[in-house]
Design a protein around this ligand. Sequence first.
Ligand code: GAR
Length: 188
Amino acid sequence: MKNIAVFASGFGSNFESIVQAVNDGMLNCNCKVLVTDKANAYCVDRANNHGIEVISFNPKDYGTRQECEKMLVKKLQDRGIDLIVFAGYMRIVTSELISAYPNKIVNIHPALLPAFKGAHAIEDSFNYGVKVFGVTIHFVNEETDGGKIISQRSFDYVEGETIEQVEEKIHKIEHVLYVETLKKLLEE
Ligand code: GAR
């Protein structure tokens, strides 16, 4: 059975839905570890509730991103991690991590890439006035939000909806689409 590591920086609702899917037998893998750059984020409480190991680091403790990722790669390899799942991990990664896990790092993005890359995709697409919103899951490469697309799902904007309502729909789609996509990747 494959071992996955989930990387998250915040609320961790995608992490939670992945763990739930593993526990329900929908995903055939071990969710071995949560990696976070935010020791106080709610995703850490979620990991603790599920008895999942947390690797927490402060980027400021490392001279460079590469140095920090070298430490992470070692810890991931020690734990036999096969697949890395970014779920609201808000750091840009370098070739140090990517070359250690080629085509084995996936990310979820709350917009229809290649539109609205970056950390504020929902706000940016809402303010732009798009009529179709969506979610993208893609492989991580050295171009931020630029790796090969694995899956996407969209929905039409209903006139009058608030950003909060759109955001809720996006998160609901994310939780379903990530599990479906990971299921396929884990079967390959
Ligand atoms: C998700 O909407 C995810 O798509 C987004 O952060 C949120 C994390 O929510 N990621 C990005 O914007 C990456 N550029 P969660 O912590 O509740 O899973």
